[in-house]
Design a protein around this ligand. Structure first.
Ligand SMILES: Cc1ncc(COP(=O)(O)O)c(C=O)c1O
Length: 399
């Protein structure tokens, strides 16, 4: 499948240049169709009724889990549905048994979703050890290893920085976690659906996924991969209907995973849409997506880097899907507004929910960075138009 065929399935792209995949992605027609089919034809709850429609909805929900786990190469029951990546991370941060004096290792350039839940544990007396990335936004595994001691319980890191696109050595860091018998959580919000992920090689205990970004699934979807052996390491935090196998007047027995973690009515239409999205990604071919995005990322960085009065963040040899930049003496939001007003170019500007990262990269005074992020629907022309407008802005306003 060519990028133009994907574009044809996304009417939203007819009149805009969408370069904000890192926030969320537009939804292709087959995904919307799968959701409409649910709403029009079997819009009932799952896991409850014995009538035909209820059985159909339950089967489709189950099928989504199976399609996703097949795609990733893990067991069906290792997939716990959540409403987004943030919820998946919080499930771990609030569910594992961390005590006063324990410590966790967290890089300083994380998205707030993989930063604040850990900082919040300080209230319990947990020590949060912050590891500084280098100037290109890469975390050195040796720095992590240096900070491991007898109090360390968990290491977490994001695969691809959402603020500048730097790619982290997650497999190497996973080895450190395993050698030291530590829990390991990886946030793949910016890589899932954008590149092949080998779960065996990452070897993490927990991996937090969005459904609504690289997978092209609907908003309101995400999931946590929880390795089999870790089910007992997290206490469910959202108890109620669907999470128990027995209840008496004074006790309850938790169901097995994933049911114990999926309390209440789920985002059924969203998950059915997510299944269609994963099938769609499979149809395009994840290797093709990766090749296309690698090529366009390099082009995007180089085109903007070559413009006078611009600052680009990160090492072009080690970024993926994202180019983060500023124009001298301009606020990032002003640049983004002009891009939108002149050519309907949609980019994100600001702190990208990663204020410590923005401070680390020295972009705070610009009000953050301008972040252009792509997917398989983007073309060389999109990048060239972006570069052309950035050049005009830099010539007119930057110095
Ligand atoms: C690296 C990273 N982690 C977590 C999140 C939060 O994702 P969600 O909106 O799915 O909770 C994002 C969102 O941009 C992200 O880029």
């Amino acid at each position: 499948m060519k990028p133009s065929e994907l574009r044809a399935d996304i009417p939203l792209l007819d009149n805009i240049i969408y370069l904000d995949a890192a926030s969320t992605t537009p939804t292709p027609k087959p995904v919307v169709d799968a959701m409409c089919d649910y709403f029009y034809n079997y819009n009932v709850n799952t896991g409850r009724g014995a009538y035909k429609l209820a059985v159909k909805a339950s089967e489709r929900f189950r099928s989504a889990r199976s399609t996703i786990s097949n795609f990733l190469g893990c067991n069906e029951h290792e997939i716990i549905f959540t409403k987004n990546t943030t919820e998946a991370i919080n499930l771990v941060a609030n569910g594992i048994d961390l005590q006063k004096g324990d410590s966790v290792i967290v890089p300083n350039i994380e998205h707030h979703s993989n930063f604040v839940p850990w900082l919040n544990l300080k209230r319990k007396g947990v020590n949060v050890k912050i590891i500084k990335a280098d100037e290109f936004g890469v975390v050195n595994p040796a720095e992590i290893e240096k900070n491991v001691d007898e109090t360390t319980k968990l290491i977490t890191i994001t695969h691809i920085s959402n603020s500048i696109g730097s790619v982290q050595p997650i497999e190497e860091i996973g080895k450190i976690a395993n050698e030291n018998n530590l829990l390991y959580l990886v946030d793949v919000a910016q890589s899932a659906g954008h590149m092949k992920l080998d779960l065996m090689k990452i070897n993490a205990d927990f991996i937090a996924f969005p459904g609504h970004k690289g997978f092209l699934g609907p908003v309101g979807t995400g999931f946590l991969y929880c390795k089999d052996e870790n089910v007992e390491n997290i206490v469910p935090i959202n108890l109620g209907g669907g999470t128990v196998s027995d209840v008496t007047e004074d006790s309850f027995t938790l169901d097995s995973s994933p049911a114990r973690f999926e309390g209440g009515t789920q985002n059924i239409s969203g998950i059915i849409g997510l299944e269609a999205a994963v099938k769609y990604i499979k149809k395009i071919g994840i290797d093709k997506i990766e090749k296309h995005s690698n090529k366009l990322t390099k082009l995007m960085f180089e085109e903007i880097y070559d413009i006078k009065n611009t600052i680009c963040y990160g090492d072009p040899e080690n970024i993926y899907g994202i180019t983060s930049f500023n124009i001298n003496n301009m606020n990032s939001h002003d640049v983004a507004k002009i891009l939108d007003e002149t050519r309907n170019i949609c980019v994100r500007s600001g702190y990208h929910c990663a204020i410590p990262a923005i401070r680390h990269f020295g972009a705070y005074e610009h009000g953050g960075t301008v972040r252009a992020s792509l997917h398989y629907y983007n073309t060389k022309e999109d990048i060239q138009i972006l570069a052309e407008v950035v050049k005009n802005i830099a010539e007119s306003f930057g110095d």
